[in-house]
Design a protein around this ligand. Structure first.
Ligand SMILES: Cc1cc2nc3c(=O)[nH]c(=O)nc-3n(C[C@H](O)[C@H](O)[C@H](O)COP(=O)(O)OP(=O)(O)OC[C@H]3O[C@@H](n4cnc5c(N)ncnc54)[C@H](O)[C@@H]3O)c2cc1C
Length: 447
């Protein structure tokens, strides 16, 4: 954060109460969207608030275009609303994933599928095994989420920037959003913070820590001959390695596969350049990151057009409207998930969501000290190191689905969300097609 040199007192202000819901979800990214749909399907009145004019968060506006971390070997561990999203996208021709028989470590499968980004990047050998994961289109995500919130009867308020939690006697009773129409209050008996940056819980005074990780200005290139680019990679590996190394040097920060195919022919997404030293909730840092990222992107474009087979006619389609922020504030909730928990696949009795091979306890979504608030998504209660290993879109959706169900159950049974019956949450997650992780897999460490 900037050093504060001066402060001014603001006039006391009022907000117009524009809506009363049973459950108010703040943030329409993967976690918030899943929370809202899950709660509404349990029959409660749900309001979903989002600052941007579309749903999806990093999955659409951040153009993070592969759903991964959702299988433990051949077992698919994230189902429910996440799987429903994939099925609906696939019906529109906007999601691509390998069929079961091609999820192998056969080199031919790797050649066919690796540029879709659907391999297990947690293995330390190559070729990485092809696994269950899905490449998708960002606008398709927006379309499908609109369909799903409409069908579920969620009251969606886009263009609503959360600014303040309304807290009475340590209970969150609503939120204030800034909008073109002025300050608007949305009241909720339960509030779910799905802002990714813990905006609501921090405003409510819930204990949290400051996390940080690399920041990425994701972009897409069009006009790419992907067949030629893949031929070059697999048939001229030494020449490819040399050019690819130079491209990576120009970007100064990327994963091994810096471009991946998308369901749109000739358009690739580039999960790069990665940059360090930026705080994802600091306006000046975010502004500098945009300039720095774009400089690197245009330098890369010049290079690949001149040097990389398949990229001669490439052009920038778009730089993601949302900066690629992976980690900022993290909740210090009733339980804080550690790196060892994730790495050792520690199973918790109160697991309500799964990722790849790890489990999320309900307590990691419950703040200390503040009542009637749940936290779902990438800002959940984990150490910085643990979050880096467990923050992909599918597990965030699984957390969101569990939080939505828990919120509705708390209201139905007349208890605070802190005291909800977790065994019932687990059963209801299963009823909605999800996997709460109540049954430990064979490779789990039972706590
Ligand atoms: C560059 C990058 C690459 C990644 N690669 C992958 C990948 O390949 N596969 C994968 O599965 N995951 C990947 N991830 C991780 C994944 O994208 C995120 O962890 C995931 O999207 C988190 O979901 P979320 O709903 O918790 O948060 P977000 O996606 O951040 O959604 C938060 C939502 O809340 C809204 N919001 C925030 N603040 C406010 C406010 N004050 N008022 C109103 N609304 C607000 C935002 O606009 C947004 O819609 C990547 C992340 C990044 C940044």
């Amino acid at each position: 954060m900037n050093d504060v040199v001066e402060r001014i007192a603001e006039e006391p202000s009022e907000a117009r109460v524009v809506h009363r819901a049973d459950v108010a979800v703040v943030g329409g990214g993967p976690a918030g969207f899943a929370a809202a749909v899950a709660a509404a399907r349990r029959g409660v009145k749900v309001a979903l608030l989002e600052r941007y004019p579309y749903l999806g968060g990093l999955a659409s506006g951040g153009m993070v275009l592969v759903l991964d971390d959702m299988c433990n070997g051949p077992e698919v561990t994230v189902r429910g609303i996440c799987q429903e999203m994939i099925d609906r996208l696939a019906k529109h021709g906007l999601a691509v994933y390998p069929p079961e028989e091609e999820r192998t470590n056969d080199p031919a499968a790797y050649r066919k599928w690796s540029r879709w980004g659907v391999f297990d990047f947690n293995t330390h050998y190559k070729p990485h095994p092809i696994c269950y994961a899905a490449a998708f289109d960002p606008d398709g995500w927006k379309r499908v989420s609109n369909d799903m919130v409409r069908e579920a009867g969620v009251h969606l308020r886009l263009h609503s920037w959360f600014s303040r939690a309304i807290v009475r006697n340590n209970r969150v009773v609503g939120v204030v959003c800034e909008s073109k129409g002025g300050r608007e209050a949305i009241m909720g008996d339960v509030v779910i913070d799905a802002t990714g940056d813990l905006d609501v819980a921090a405003s409510a005074g819930a204990p949290h820590i400051a996390g940080a990780y690399i920041v990425t200005t994701v972009f897409r290139l069009g006009g790419v001959d992907t067949d030629e680019a893949e031929r070059f990679q697999f048939e001229e590996p030494e020449a490819f390695a040399k050019v690819d190394r130079q491209a990576k040097r120009i970007m100064a920060g990327s994963w091994d596969y810096w471009w991946l195919k998308t369901p749109l022919p000739g358009i690739v997404w580039c999960n790069c350049p990665h940059m360090i030293g930026f705080d994802g909730i600091n306006v000046e840092d975010l502004t500098r990151a945009d300039f720095e990222g774009r400089d690197r992107i245009y330098a890369l474009l010049d290079f690949v057009r001149a040097q990389m087979p398949g990229f001669a006619k490439a052009y920038v389609v778009d730089v993601a409207p949302q900066t690629g922020i992976r980690q900022t504030r993290l909740l210090e909730g009733e339980y804080v998930v550690t790196k060892e928990d994730v790495a050792n696949r520690v199973h918790f009795k109160d697991s309500v969501a799964r990722g790849r091979d790890y489990y999320t306890p309900y307590r990691a979504m419950v703040p200390r000290d503040i009542d009637q608030l749940l936290v779902a998504g990438r800002h959940y209660s984990a150490t910085s190191a643990a979050q880096k290993m467990s923050r992909e879109i599918p597990p965030c959706m699984a957390m969101g689905q569990a939080a939505g169900i828990a919120a509705a159950l708390a209201l139905d049974s007349g208890v605070d969300v802190r005291h909800v019956d977790v065994a019932t949450v687990q059963r209801l997650v299963r009823d909605q097609g999800g996997d709460p992780g109540d049954v430990p897999a064979a490779n789990a460490t039972v706590a």
